[in-house]
Design a protein around this ligand. Structure first.
Ligand code: ADP
Ligand code: MG
Length: 595
């Protein structure tokens, strides 16, 4: 036999393994969800690749997942007939961390106290640590895998307390498979309970019911049958003595036991079911399963569109924004899973199905109108995809609007806190949907510094003589509240929006107006509060014209001009921005960026 080769884990993996093995994590059972989801991913990959390379499927094994338990020895095996791994892939996938979920987990770890890992905050459960979660319950893990790209089958073997793993060739003829992966978990002494067939069945039903490939678990089954039994043999004898008396027979019901594979999950995709028959719990479970999420979503929407383009979709708004840095800037969040005729195609989009600023919306989309071998280029140019995108966006906005109209104001506050920035970005990037975005925006104002208000609430609260929507952009509520620009507006009881988030001002400027009312920056020159008194202004100009000239002379280039204005009530003077220039706030932001 060729010898097993020893490899060291990448440093991050060692660290992660250490955390997993030593954590007091109570919800260990997630390991099965993680491993089954990897099996499902491997089957998805195979099915997708086989569209263009049919020979990948030539070894005609069914596409399924099988979980077998040996409770006496505390062993679980998980077998799939998916894409498998080559030797190099074993090293890349199971010895380093390049993968999204786990990488995200590590990033979060860096940002917080290690005490939180296994305790109440349950970070492991929140992110899923993928393959390595096998070590939550196992002392030793053996992965035997055959990729159609390789003519050899390889065995990866790792132990819970080692910094290294080995890879060797599979030589046991009994274990050779045409394709796919088998994981064998040798459970820790205290975790052997997971190797009970009923336990595994329950976990699959709980965590993996929506996996779109059949999952079989090895179960003991029984059927009853009637058997004929002889009656008391003693009596028989007696009868016998009587010579040829009839033998008395009796029937009895017995249970015949045997072991067999049991289909344990529901394989009909959720999105194909009738929305009326799907419960909220089922939508939530599907979401958590499909996107490896830990919290229930804030909202969901399940719909079918017909006509020009037909597709089915379930969309979700997550409860929290993903951890880590700006997903706005890096929108490849694998948020939308595209299926064509039930075959998973891709979740690697860059704005083709959803605009970037909506990349927080997650969901599945299944179309019958796209070709199975659809490529990135086709997606980008397809008219069908453009129509789908439009409909998806509309549905996403309906769903968000639904949250905003919820009885429970907290829901939308939560949404806004997590995804408000995304919508503001939408004001800048998606002119076409201004009408849908604007009603969803929220701001503080001179009359509401504690609670956000909507633009509708603002308009509702406008004075009869008020024409415009007023705002002041500033770096904090305090400075917004104390600006002299406010004086006259407060006097007239006009509400003023306080734009304190750096992106607010640009967003508002892009919107330009709401319900035919213009947004007006109260710090700009020419502020017209609808109460111009030309007579009086003329008088003032005459009276103070000389003073203005004098001040301008003293200040020189520091100001563009010095003017009489009616915009103040108690302050003697104020610095305003030119009509076409940057506002003071914008100037501050620009300066901050160039430093
Ligand atoms: P993720 O699933 O987020 O990629 P995991 O740690 O769960 O991260 O898995 C790491 C990688 O190992 C997968 O991306 C995949 O390439 C490979 N892998 C794991 N399990 C299997 C399997 N059953 N069949 C094929 N490849 C697998
Ligand atoms: Mg995984």
């Amino acid at each position: 036999d060729p010898p097993a080769e020893k490899y060291e884990y990448q440093a991050e993996v060692s660290r992660l393994m250490d955390l997993i093995v030593h954590s007091l994590y109570s919800n260990k059972e997630v390991f099965l969800r993680e491993l089954v989801s990897n099996a499902s991913d491997a089957l998805d990959k195979l099915r997708f690749l086989s569209v263009t390379e049919p020979e990948l499927m030539k070894d005609a094994a069914e596409l399924d997942i099988r979980v077998q338990t040996d409770k006496d020895n505390g062993i679980i095996t998980i077998t799939d007939t998916g894409i498998g791994m080559t030797r190099q892939e074993l090293v890349d996938c199971l010895g380093t961390i390049a993968q999204s979920g786990t990488a995200k987990f590590l990033k979060t770890l860096k940002a917080c106290d290690s005490k939180d890992i296994g305790g109440d905050n349950n970070l492991i459960g929140q992110f899923g640590v993928g393959f390595y979660s096998a070590f939550l319950v196992s002392d030793r893990v053996v992965v035997s895998t055959k990729s159609p790209k390789s003519d050899k089958q390889y065995v990866w073997e790792g132990e819970a307390n080692a910094g290294s793993y080995t890879i060797r060739e599979e030589t046991d003829p009994e274990k050779l498979v045409p394709r796919g992966t088998r994981l064998t978990l040798y459970l820790k002494r205290d975790d052997k309970g997971f190797a009970h067939p009923e336990k595994v069945q329950k976990l699959v039903k709980n965590y993996s019911q929506f996996v779109s490939f059949p999952i079989y678990t090895w179960q003991e089954k029984g059927f009853t049958k009637e058997v004929e039994v002889d009656e008391d043999p003693a009596e028989d004898k007696k009868d016998g003595e009587d010579g040829k008396a009839e033998k008395k027979r009796k029937t009895k019901t017995v249970v015949e036991r045997y072991w067999d594979w049991d289909l344990t999950n529901e394989t009909k995709p959720l999105w194909l079911r009738n929305p009326k028959e799907v419960t909220t719990e089922e939508y939530n479970e599907f979401y958590k399963n499909t996107f490896n999420e830990y919290l229930d979503p804030l909202a969901s929407s399940h719909f079918t569109t017909e006509g020009e383009v037909e597709f089915r979709s379930v969309l979700y708004v997550p409860a929290i924004a993903p951890m880590g840095k700006d997903d706005i800037v890096n929108p490849k969040t694998k948020n939308i899973r595209l299926y064509v005729k039930r075959v998973f195609i891709s979740d690697d989009f860059d704005g083709e199905l959803f605009p970037r600023y909506l990349s927080f919306v997650k969901g599945v989309v299944d179309s019958n109108d796209l070709p199975l071998n659809v490529s990135r280029e086709i997606l980008q140019e397809s008219r069908i995809v453009r129509i789908m995108r439009k409909r998806l966006v509309r549905k996403a906005f309906d769903m968000i609007l639904g949250i905003s109209m919820s009885e429970n104001r907290d829901d939308y506050d939560k949404f806004w806190e997590n995804f408000g920035k995304h919508l503001k970005l939408g004001c800048i990037e998606d002119r076409e949907n201004h009408k849908r975005i604007a009603p969803l925006l929220r701001f503080f104002s001179s009359q509401s510094e504690e609670e956000f208000i909507s633009l509708d609430e603002y308009v509702e609260n406008m004075k009869p003589e008020q024409k415009d929507v007023y705002y002041i952009a500033s770096d904090s509520l305090t400075s917004a509240r104390n600006t002299p620009f406010l004086e006259r507006l407060l006097e007239k009881d006009f509400e003023v929006l306080f734009l304190v988030d750096p992106i607010d001002e640009v967003a508002i400027q892009n919107l330009k107006s709401y319900k035919e009312k213009n947004f007006v920056d109260i710090s700009k020159e020419d502020l017209d509060l609808g109460d111009k008194n030309e007579e009086k202004e003329k008088e003032m100009k005459q009276e103070y014209g000389k003073t203005c000239e004098w001040i301008k002379k003293r200040l020189g280039d520091k100001v563009a001009s010095v003017q009489i204005s009616n915009r103040l009530s108690t302050s003697p003077c104020v610095l305003v921005s030119g009509k076409f220039g940057w506002s003071a706030n914008m100037e501050r932001l620009m300066k901050a960026q160039t430093v």
